[in-house]
Design a protein around this ligand. Sequence first.
Ligand SMILES: Nc1ncnc2c1ncn2[C@@H]1O[C@H](COP(=O)(O)OP(=O)(O)OP(=O)(O)O)[C@@H](O)[C@H]1O
Length: 530
Amino acid sequence: MDQGASKSLAKEPSEEEFCLALRNGLILCNVLNKVNPGAIPKIVENPVIPVQSTEGPAQSAIQYFENMRNFLVAVKDMQLLTFEASDVEKGGSMNKVVDCILCLKGYYEWKKAGGIGVWRYGGTVKITALPKGSPPSLVGSESADDSLDGSESSQYEQLLEFLHLSNEVAIEESKTANALAFLFDRFGLWLLQAYLRESNEIEEFPLNAMVIDTLISKIVKDFSALLVSQGTQLGQFLKKILKTDFNSLSKSDFMEAISLYLGQRTSLASNDFFKFCICGGKREVIHQTVNHSTAYAQLIHLHQRELKEIKLDFQETKLGVKQIHSNWAEQLRRLEHHIKGLEVASSSYHKVLEENRMLYNQVQDLKGTIRVYCRVRPFLQGQTNGQSTVDYIGENGNIMIVNPLKQGKDARKVFSFNKVFGQNVSQEQIYIDTQPLIRSVLDGFNVCIFAYGQTGSGKTYTMSGPDMTTEQTWGVNYRALRDLFQISKERSDFIRYEVGVQMIEIYNEQVRDLLVMDGSNRRYPFPFSF
Ligand SMILES: Nc1ncnc2c1ncn2[C@@H]1O[C@H](COP(=O)(O)OP(=O)(O)OP(=O)(O)O)[C@@H](O)[C@H]1O
């Protein structure tokens, strides 16, 4: 019921206030609906605009005609005392209005008492005077001069009390309606979603007007059933309280107990309701869900714990990876530093190497660009009985030769060389003095080694060796080539060498190519093949 209307009826209203409060029909309609629910299906509840305002008359007129007409028609249908619409206007018969209200009260009390027998109203009530302080104009016109007796005063008080009580009830009902509307607004969407989700299984669910109506009414029905169930439980709880503390329970204690009970139920109820929505209102599913809730809770708890452990593991792994990254970065920094050091060292090394080469070759130069060595061949098989002409071999490269055909001073002659090798010197010892020159070749110096001597003196033996298959007997040529390839291989990272071989013989002032394999006697000059 409109609160403005209820407020418009003061505890002890003046005649004008009383008329104004009733004139828009709101109070009367609400009272009638309280007495006979549904008697007036629709009440115009536009905010009451004060009659004094400029819009007031028009607005009041609409409410008046709509509500008042409905009220009078309903009262007439119920065969109760009625009045004319003009009776609540200025100058109208308020007595008829008061009679109608008292008649309603009597009907309400009869109904409340069980509605036994046939309802009959006792008769017209005449109010000839109002209680002390009441507006005299409320008194019926015919009885204006009569004094107010006790029973009439009591009737008037009853009338006011009835109207006030009715208003209070209407206010509470309005609050309840608002609360229910709020509940439905709050959960209506969830419910609708739940039902539609349930209907998803049906392909191409036809959402026509009829289906929507059915769906909505089912939702409302189920929702109502849920509320009734909650209401029943609350009722049982209240009855239990009333049984135990009926005598001592104050109104505030009572409200506190209800508040506590509802507070405890809130989480469970909302949980149930949530499940109710999820299950599309299937109660058996809800119960199953509730029954299994403990197991689910344990399962969820377990999963949460595992999740927590995984998160911790993840954090540890993350830290580990971070640590490894940082170690790697540190090692990389060190490596870069080391490589830079090596680069510097390498560049210094090349400089030193170059210097070393230069000094080395200078030493070779100082040793002499032309060196002459003498090798004494031992007696060949069959010559063992012969006498050697070599008398003495000195350490400083001198050799003394004896000529048995001469006597005296001329019999001995000393020859000087860079070095003299005796008859027992090995091929390796011969090569040791030649080897440094091979390195000079690879540093860009021109080197020439040649053997000189008469036939059978051992030139081929010294330069090539008696047996190519045995490394130990290799002569200077093979050993020089081995060293050339070895050094060029060692320097392959920064120098590329090309090696070619030529072997010639100079005999009787004729130059002959010794590497010709076809048996021809190729003479110099001949073209190089590389
Ligand atoms: N230092 C040595 N030790 C042992 N035997 C040697 C030595 N020098 C040479 N001979 C032997 O002497 C012989 C003649 O040597 P070789 O053929 O080398 O002489 P040659 O100077 O090359 O002769 P030719 O000029 O005629 O070619 C060979 O049988 C060889 O094995």
